[in-house]
Design a protein around this ligand. Structure first.
Ligand code: EPS
Length: 385
């Protein structure tokens, strides 16, 4: 129902995003609804020099008139300011060969080597320019549109960091404090752990190293019944996992208690249904992360993802040069020490695209008004069930 595609390189002129399938009549103003998410993605302690150069904003190139979506595909451009310093290197016209800043020492953990072999490149810049996590700015621009659609259906999303560099900072979830996450340099409620983690980031930076972590995307007030248990590819947990695992550097994904649940008896895993009050079935816990049988059950949808440390190390790992075949140090330019806080926003964006897709699948609607009416009617039905 909702499709999203992007194009563009890290140091090219722009990232281009197309979001198709958004109903007509959605109030959408780039500065109000997209740019704040782009800003959040740029933030976080441990980011590198590139984020000083960029100041991401979205330009709407199609699908929106007078502040409202028309039902046509939405086209968004996010310019790369750094392109001004890379014109010759990135020029699509032939000439200037061999290109400056060619890269032949693949970084272990990046797409460089398998990508180079796959597409036949010896200048690995042809791989890394697209494999760069710069691309995640497109995901956030698209995800911001999805979050806006969820918002008008009464669904709220939140992104936070659960641990970084091996130091836990969960601090519990509190929807009334979500605005505070924007004030935290690590997007956490746990201010005490924050100090220790920032010291760990400083240490890693001094050592020329990088750090990973765990992030969480969470949604509340999600209607019961998104996704389906009837066919493998309609299960919402599977769809969420696919989207979240496609974010660069993600190596694991869990819904609710995930990995932890695997080691506990069922009596300590499943969420007892303890009563019915105010038009809803009450649960003692939400260890299932809002999904049973691949279907939303009305509790918070909770998706977590584990991010490995960034592959560009200032103190590089050994590698082999793809031209000389001799030993070399892996390539390094600039890099973030960690981008875990930023990744929480990207994971939220991807999860939001999946939820918005499932919302449109259940309720359809060429217009936002139809969608809202159907969601309202469904919530009434659930309150009576
Ligand atoms: C990245 C390397 C760095 C990061 C970049 C991802 O860029 P550069 O090589 O220009 O210093 O800053 O992330 C972004 C640009 C971004 O917007 O998040 C990489 O190799 O993946």
């Amino acid at each position: 129902m909702l499709r999203y595609l992007s194009a563009g390189e890290s140091h090219g002129p722009s990232l281009t995003v197309v979001v198709d399938g958004v109903p007509a009549g959605l109030e959408l103003v780039a500065t109000e609804h997209i740019d704040p998410w782009l800003r959040r993605r740029q933030g976080g302690y441990g980011r590198g020099q590139r984020m000083v150069i960029e100041s991401d904003t979205a330009t709407l190139l199609g699908g929106v008139r007078a502040g409202r979506t028309t039902g046509a595909p939405i086209a968004i451009a996010v310019a790369n300011r750094d392109n001004a310093n890379w014109r010759e290197v990135m020029d699509p016209l032939p000439g200037n060969e061999p290109r400056k800043r060619a890269l032949t020492e693949p970084r272990p953990g990046h797409a460089d080597l398998p990508g180079g072999i796959k597409y036949g490149h010896k200048d690995l810049r042809d791989v890394l320019e697209r494999a760069s996590a710069r691309e995640t700015a497109s995901r956030v621009a698209a995800g911001a549109v999805a979050l806006r659609l969820l918002e008008v259906a009464g669904i709220e999303g939140c992104a936070r960091v659960i641990s970084l560099g091996g130091i836990p900072c969960d601090g519990g979830m509190d929807w009334s404090r979500v605005a505070e996450l924007d004030e935290s340099p690590l997007r956490t409620f746990d201010r005490e752990a924050e100090e220790r983690i920032m010291a760990r980031i400083d240490e890693a930076k001094e050592q020329g190293d990088t750090l990973g972590g765990v992030v969480e995307a969470r949604f509340r007030n999600v209607p019961v019944g998104l996704g389906s248990y009837t066919q493998w590819d309609r299960k919402l947990d599977g769809r969420l996992a696919q989207a979240v695992m496609s974010v660069p550097a993600m190596k694991a994904c869990e819904i609710g208690d995930g990995w932890r649940a695997s080691g506990l008896p069922g009596s300590e895993v499943h969420d007892a249904i303890v009563g019915r009050e105010g038009g809803r079935y009450l649960r003692a816990t939400n260890r299932a992360g809002g999904l049973e049988g691949g279907v939303t059950n009305g509790e918070d949808v909770v998706v977590r993802a584990a991010m490995k440390p960034i592959a560009t190390l200032m103190r590089p790992l050994p590698t082999v040069d793809v031209v000389t075949h001799g030993p070399a140090d892996a390539a390094r330019e600039r890099s973030d020490v960690t981008a875990v806080p930023a990744a929480s926003i990207v994971v939220l964006a991807m999860a939001a695209l999946v939820l918005a897709d499932a919302l449109l699948e259940k309720f359809g609607g060429d217009t936002v008004r139809e969608l809202q009416e159907r969601v309202r009617a469904h919530r009434e039905y659930v309150a009576d069930y």
